[in-house]
Design a protein around this ligand. Structure first.
Ligand code: ADP
Length: 165
């Protein structure tokens, strides 16, 4: 059984992530979407909220599981029994960082391979960061994220509390 991990911050999940998840799920028997709880960053959404949003986005994908994790990706992959890490590549700007990460991970755990899926043309410009910037200035983000994520974002921006999904 081939298990893959698609790790990321998903703060919040966008149509670009959803596209990579759907395509990756078709390549492996089980896909674990690893939601990084990075204590050094201060995300807009809590891990709990990000997991809930991802569960909603993947509810029609039976071989996808959403799992939060902390620490090294290779440790998480080993613990999960995954042999493949999947990352999305948008533009040349992603490449340098991704290459470095993939090679570092391969040094630490040669049994785990990183594979890259190139972004679909429709989403190549899309990032969680720009979505947050647009939303912060009251812009319409409905083309970038599912409706419930946009609603959650509005709640977050207005109340700064936990958003109910
Ligand atoms: P990180 O914080 O680790 O960069 P992100 O949550 O931003 O994580 O993204 C997780 C993964 O999804 C990364 O491999 C990133 O390149 C990819 N990704 C993000 N947005 C898109 C997109 N629009 N199209 C394809 N891949 C994307």
């Amino acid at each position: 059984m081939l298990k893959g991990i698609y790790p990321g911050s998903f703060d919040p999940v966008t149509f670009g992530h959803q596209d990579i998840i759907r395509r990756s799920a078709g390549l492996v028997d089980e896909l674990i979407v690893g939601v990084l709880n990075n204590k050094a960053k201060s995300p807009l959404f809590s891990v709990k909220e990000r997991v809930r949003m991802l569960n909603e986005v993947t509810k029609d994908m039976p071989n996808v599981r959403i799992v939060p994790f902390e620490g090294l990706l290779v440790d998480f992959a080993r613990r999960s029994g995954a042999s493949v890490v999947i990352r999305g590549l948008r533009a040349i700007t992603d490449f340098e960082y991704e290459l470095q990460m993939a090679q570092t991970n391969h040094k630490m755990e040669p049994e785990i391979e990183t594979i890259f899926l190139t972004t679909s043309l429709d989403y190549s410009y899309l990032s969680s960061t720009t979505v947050k910037e647009v939303a912060a200035f009251g812009g319409d983000i409905s083309q970038f994220v599912p409706e419930f994520v946009a609603d959650c974002m509005k709640e977050k921006m207005n109340l700064k509390g936990e958003c109910k999904l």
